[in-house]
Every structure is written in structure tokens, then in C-alpha cells.
Design a protein around this ligand. Structure first.
Ligand SMILES: NC(=O)c1ccc[n+]([C@@H]2O[C@H](COP(=O)([O-])OP(=O)(O)OC[C@H]3O[C@@H](n4cnc5c(N)ncnc54)[C@H](OP(=O)(O)O)[C@@H]3O)[C@@H](O)[C@H]2O)c1
Length: 268
């Protein structure tokens, strides 16, 4: 049966995308093929979605004129997975693989096929992801629109030149992990200050969610929002002073630059 989408790699990111696409209603389970060699992962996906087409290798019968492919495998196998899809006649490929340039995937393909690169992040799982996309050398506006629409079903999409994707990886691709670390630290701090772990967890998690929503929904900048909760000589001012004394801002810049550099080196 011809699929609308073939997702190669049913790991964390592949699953996040499929889950997001299904819960948004953008595609139905029976129109998506997930290629996943791991039997247990396939079984888990099968439990969650009865109608999903789960295979260990894609077949020509899955691919029609409108079938798009998503590469969600580790970088080491990205080129061979692209070659496989290209050989079966896939129409376009969206790669979420970190660090592998579109040109390398294009070179692995048996014929010129549009390759769109994307850097999504795992909040796609709850429909709150953010992805940056950029097109390779055979990409038309229609290909970019396709990728945009697909990823919009799991969050916000921005378009950037491909050379900026390493920077995107450092900010938003790896970004959720930085905020999970902040959450862990806040919970630990709450427990240290005398709260139960459960209460500290609720307070920390909801604070991050609420602050995130304000950032996106209020139309105000992070700086303005911070100033509003920082009364002169107050509790927040005391806390922020302690954070600045530990150079937290600079630590974030260094962390992001370390991720950017790692992403660059993976692409070499
Ligand atoms: N996780 C993130 O936050 C994130 C964010 C942005 C981009 N990405 C990118 O997304 C890609 C996948 O990352 P991930 O975190 O989802 O990794 P992952 O959980 O390890 O998933 C990769 C999946 O692909 C499967 N696979 C390996 N070789 C395959 C092949 N030849 N054909 C089909 N499937 C194959 C793996 O199966 P086995 O385990 O059996 O090998 C695994 O299930 C990576 O390139 C990463 O850079 C991830």
C-alpha cells in the first residue's frame, strides 16, 4: 500500500514526530510507514497505534508519486538510509539527522531528489516543538512548504540558511535538555529549602511551563518579563544577583557554543 509518509528510524525523534503528526490529525496512522529494525520498538509502536504500518525495511509498494520520506536515524546510517529510499523512488526526503549536510545526502542518492534538512526538538511529542528547516540544491518552494506543513503539525517552524543549522542545534535542538537540567536544579533547591520532593517538582515544572507560555504569548521580551518580577531590593533581585555572580549567562553561551561546535564537527 502506498504511504503518504515513510519515517526511517522509530527511535526517540522518529516516534516524537509520528506521535505529534497523529495527534494533530495531519495524517492517519494507516498512511504512515515506520521503518524500524528493532523488534521491541516496533512492538511498542504497535501497542500505541494499531494501524501504523511497521516494517524492518521499506518496500517499493510503500512508495507512490506523493510519498515523502523522513530520515530519523543516527548520523552513521543516514547516507545508507537515504540511498535505500532514493533507490525505491521516493519523491522527497526530510532529514532530521543532526550534522549531516544536505549535499552529503544528495551525493548518496542515485538520482536528484529534493532533500530538506530540519532540526526539530523533542517537545514535538507534545505538539510544542520548534524546528528550523533549510533546503538542499534540488529543493523547490513546494518541497519546503511540504516540510513546513509536516513539521507545523508538531510545533513552530522557522526557515534558515543551511549554514545556520548548527547554531539551531545548539539553541533549540539540544535546548530542552538545558531546561530539564534547570528543572532538576530547581527541584533540588526546593527540597533543600524544606519542600517535599513532590511539591518542589510541581512548583518547578509548572513555573517553567508558565514562564514559557508568557514568553510566547505575552508579546513581551524575556528581559521585560524578568524586570517585571524583579522589584528593587526584593527576593528575585537577590536570587538573580547570586546567579549572575556564578556567571550563569556566560555558562549558557558556552554550553550552546559547545553544542554548535560538536554539530559542526559531526558534519565534517
Ligand atoms: N533526540 C533529539 O532530541 C533530536 C533532536 C533533533 C534531531 N535529532 C536527530 O534525530 C536522529 C535520531 O535521533 P534519536 O534521538 O531519535 O535516536 P534513536 O532514538 O537512537 O533513534 C534512531 C532509530 O533509528 C533506528 N535505525 C538505525 N539504523 C536504521 C536503519 N538502517 N533503518 C531504519 N532504522 C534504523 C534505530 O534502531 P536501532 O536502535 O536498532 O539501531 C533507532 O530506533 C539523529 O540523527 C539525531 O541527530 C534528534
Amino acid at each position: 500500500m502506498e504511504a503518504a509518509l515513510i519515517v526511517v528510524g522509530g527511535g526517540r525523534m522518529g516516534t516524537a514526530l509520528v506521535e505529534g503528526i497523529l495527534s494533530s490529525g495531519y495524517l492517519t496512522a494507516s498512511s504512515i510507514v515506520v521503518v524500524e529494525p528493532d523488534v521491541e520498538r516496533r512492538a511498542m509502536l504497535r501497542l500505541a497505534h494499531d494501524d501504523l504500518i511497521l516494517v524492518d525495511t521499506p518496500e517499493i509498494e510503500h512508495i507512490g508519486e506523493k510519498t515523502g520520506g523522513v530520515l530519523a536515524v543516527k548520523p552513521e546510517v543516514a547516507e545508507s538510509a537515504a540511498r535505500l529510499l532514493g533507490g525505491l523512488g521516493i519523491q522527497r526526503i526530510l532529514s532530521v539527522v543532526a550534522g549531516i549536510p544536505a549535499a552529503r545526502l544528495e551525493a548518496a542518492l542515485p538520482q536528484p531528489i529534493p532533500v530538506i534538512r530540519a532540526m526539530p526538538n523533542t517537545p514535538a511529542l507534545v505538539g510544542a516543538g520548534v524546528s528550523a528547516i533549510s533546503g538542499g540544491s534540488h529543493v523547490t518552494k513546494a518541497d519546503l512548504d511540504w516540510a513546513d506543513e509536516l513539521l507545523s503539525s508538531v510545533g513552530t517552524v522557522v526557515r534558515v540558511p543551511e549554514r545556520q543549522l548548527d547554531a539551531v542545534t545548539g539553541v533549540s535542538g539540544s535546548g530542552p535538555a538545558y531546561l530539564f537540567l534547570v528543572a532538576e536544579a530547581l527541584i533540588e533547591a526546593g527540597v533543600t529549602a524544606g519542600l517535599s520532593r513532590e511539591t518542589a517538582r510541581t512548583l518547578a515544572n509548572e513555573t517553567i511551563l508558565g514562564a514559557g507560555r508568557m514568553l510566547v504569548e505575552s508579546g513581551q521580551s524575556a528581559e521585560e518579563l524578568r524586570a517585571q518580577v524583579t522589584s528593587p531590593g526584593g527576593t528575585t533581585a537577590a536570587a538573580l544577583r547570586a546567579l549572575e555572580a556564578r556567571a550563569v549567562r556566560s555558562a549558557f553561551v558556552e554550553a550552546v557554543m559547545a553544542a554548535v561546535e560538536r554539530s559542526r564537527s559531526m558534519g565534517r
